[in-house]
Ligand binder design. Structure first.
Ligand code: DP6
Length: 332
């Protein structure tokens, strides 16, 4: 017998970053974070439970994946098998809708979609908040992709897995946009997992990151409640810069920035000085993301075209939370 579950999840970009774990085994973060879910990038995943299978099989964008990738997915599905008291293996089909130039191969949308599809396939009916604690065990940032708009991921107060989950903060339907400037789409040398561990273990700047991230989060939630875009942007830019600062203090030091990242940051600063509010944030890679008013996004894009090609610039609106799809909606 085959039982299926299908789910779509959008990726998210953190405005208050998650950087550092207090438990690597449970993916419990050192600090709470807050993100914006994006409309332009998503993953569709189908989990087909099949009692004839002896091992999980994993296809990504139509290609059968190797032992290492499959083992990661199997371990993740084990969390659902345990809850469902099931030992049934699955075929997993996953499709990433990320413009190839964007360089946002996102584990956030991947694990959120897989969590949603597994929840359906195993018939668990876990609510979204609980499901976010499962998504977290695949990749921390996936916790936030359960919901649309602005989303907070609570760090949690104890060492129990259930205490660290996501909650929706605001649906962001008030003239909010994000522009991705794809500087380099190649694979990064240091994964976020490795980078954050080295920072926690060795950077003397790290304790300051943890304390100020909490204040940044409180102030950002207030800015969102007041729909104060300027304040929202200022906190976003400052929080992202601080995260990158912690890496320069690590031993050995490292940075994800490339010359074109700095070129993009300078251009955005110039556009802002000329009167259009827009603010940068960067993750564990060289690409630059720009928080802006959606109504300003085409004008900002025009200005960026003096420095970058049109394929390097992708504009997105805020996106929705996870959505269960029917077989009829599975288009592959
Ligand atoms: C810089 O979620 O990719 O993008 O939990 O180890 O899988 P793991 O890390 P991941 O880290 C994301 C780090 C970040 C900031 C953020 O998204 O909050």
């Amino acid at each position: 017998m085959i039982t299926t579950g299908i789910c779509r999840a959008h990726t998210n970009i953190a405005l208050i970053k998650y950087w550092g774990k207090r438990s690597e085994a449970l993916f419990l973060p050192m600090n709470s974070s807050l993100s914006l879910t994006l409309d332009a990038f998503y993953t569709d995943t189908k989990v087909s439970l099949d009692d004839r299978l002896t091992d999980d099989v994993f296809y990504l964008n139509g290609r059968l994946q190797g032992a290492k990738e499959t083992a990661k997915i199997s371990r993740f599905l084990d969390l659902f098998r345990r809850t469902a008291a099931s030992s049934t293996r699955a075929r997993i089909d996953s499709y990433n809708h990320v413009p190839t130039a964007a360089g946002l191969a996102s584990s956030a949308s991947a694990f959120a979609a897989l969590a949603g599809a597994a929840n359906e396939a195993f018939g668990l009916r876990l609510d979204k908040q609980t499901l976010s604690t499962y998504a977290r065990r695949g990749s921390g940032s996936a916790t936030r992709s359960l919901y649309g708009g602005f989303v907070e991921w609570h760090k949690g107060q104890d060492e129990q897995s259930g205490s660290s989950y996501a909650i929706p903060v605001d649906d962001a339907d008030w003239d909010i946009g994000m522009i991705i400037i794809a500087v380099n789409t190649g694979k990064k040398a240091i994964s976020s997992r490795e980078g954050m561990k080295r920072t926690v273990d060795t950077s003397p700047f790290y304790p300051a990151w943890v304390t100020t991230a909490e204040t940044d989060l409180q102030q950002m939630k207030q800015a969102i409640a007041e729909r104060d875009f300027t304040r929202l942007g200022e906190i976003t830019e400052s929080n992202g810069m601080k995260m990158h600062g912690t890496m320069l203090g690590a031993v050995p030091p490292f940075s994800y920035w490339e010359p074109d990242s700095i070129r993009a940051i300078q251009k955005i600063t110039q556009i802002r000085c000329n009167g259009t509010p827009c603010y940068v944030t960067m993750d564990a890679g060289p690409n630059v993301k720009v928080l802006c008013r959606y109504s300003d996004s085409e004008r900002i894009k025009e200005e960026l075209l003096t420095e970058f090609s049109s394929q390097q610039i992708i504009v997105s609106r805020p996106g929705p939370g996870i959505k269960v799809l029917s077989e009829a909606e599975w288009q592959y």
